[in-house]
Design a protein around this ligand. Structure first.
Ligand SMILES: [Zn+2]
Length: 317
């Protein structure tokens, strides 16, 4: 376990109010300042020649010019905000809303709250932020981990620009879930992934990918789980006892996820289900840690690099 998790996991922090947030970031220049500091904590570094001397351009508040080679670099170049047409403050406000919203904000809500011109622009902004919700270097779960599988209804109508709620053509997608259980009956971090079937190979791969060697895996009596490599397996089968009593946390995760799918999004769209799952995991794992939620969104967003509308909807440009 990394020290980051040990020291911060259970220290709650309150998000600032919207007014406090807006006072911290009163304009685009303040946002650019924050980004520049985050990107170059030890001072400007030219991405072209690695020169350390440069200055901010007066005419463009978030652009630096290298004293050595003359190359101009925006603080947003190569990040999720690359060549954005939106004000930086809109990005920051969107990240704040996404980080503080308890059960997920829709593109329509984001468009209305931030006064964004088109639904497509709001959708794109939201999906870029969603892509920043998974840290590629995150640690696997450890200790006692509940694991289970379930299915969820999805909508097959998947035009990303449509606002309709047609539920005529529905299907089911299979999902695996894992929840760390802590002392005192608390839940720790979770993982959620779409899976292609309930086979032993698929479910044991999920466990191998998402938990460390030596973890104790709590499951129900399903035949797919026995035989996991380098894991202590504790199948919980107690006569006629209800499944939710045997694996309380993983069942709560599935129940919350299904309620979210029906309530907030009017049904997940199949193409974006993993993105919704990633958002759910992000919210759960940081439900009491505003600062890490906002910093992570912006921090991963700085590293993930630009992605365009066609990348997000899965079409060739
Ligand atoms: Zn340079």
């Amino acid at each position: 376990m990394s020290s980051r998790h040990q020291t911060n996991r259970w220290k709650y922090d309150r998000p600032p109010s919207l007014q406090q947030f807006m006072a911290t970031f009163p304009d685009d220049a303040a946002c650019a300042e924050w980004l520049a500091h985050r990107r170059w904590p030890d001072g400007f570094v030219c991405p072209a020649c690695s020169g350390l001397k440069g200055w901010k351009l007066e005419a463009k508040p978030w652009t630096w010019e290298c004293a050595g080679c003359g190359r101009q670099t925006s603080t947003t170049a190569g990040t999720m905000m690359h060549r954005t047409h939106l004000p930086l403050r809109t990005w920051f406000l969107a990240a704040h809303l996404v980080a503080t919203h308890s059960n997920g904000i829709s593109a329509l809500q984001l468009q209305a709250k931030l006064g964004i011109g088109s639904y497509k622009t709001a959708w794109l902004l939201l999906h870029k932020l969603r892509k920043a919700m998974v840290d590629p270097e995150r640690d696997p779960l450890e200790g006692m981990v509940e694991v289970d599988e379930s299915s969820i209804v999805y909508r097959t109508k998947d035009d990303p620009v449509a606002g309709g709620q047609g539920r005529s053509a529905e299907g089911k997608i299979l999902i695996a879930a894992a929840v760390e259980t802590m002392s005192g009956g608390r839940a720790g971090r979770i993982r959620l992934t779409t899976i292609k079937d309930y086979s032993a190979a698929t479910l044991q791969r999920f466990v191998a990918d998402n938990t460390v060697d030596g973890s104790t895996i709590l499951t129900d009596g399903f035949s797919a789980y026995p035989g996991m490599r380098n894991r202590n397996h504790v199948p919980r089968v107690v006569g006629a006892m209800a499944a939710h009593a045997l694996l309380p946390w993983v069942h709560r995760v599935f129940a919350n996820l299904k309620r979210l799918a029906l309530g907030v999004y009017h049904g997940f769209r199949r193409k974006h289900i993993q993105a919704y799952l990633d958002e759910f995991v992000f919210r759960w794992n940081r439900r009491r840690h505003y600062r890490s939620a906002f910093d992570m969104l912006m921090g991963i967003g700085l590293r993930t690099g630009p992605c365009q509308y066609n990348d997000l909807i899965g079409k060739a440009a």
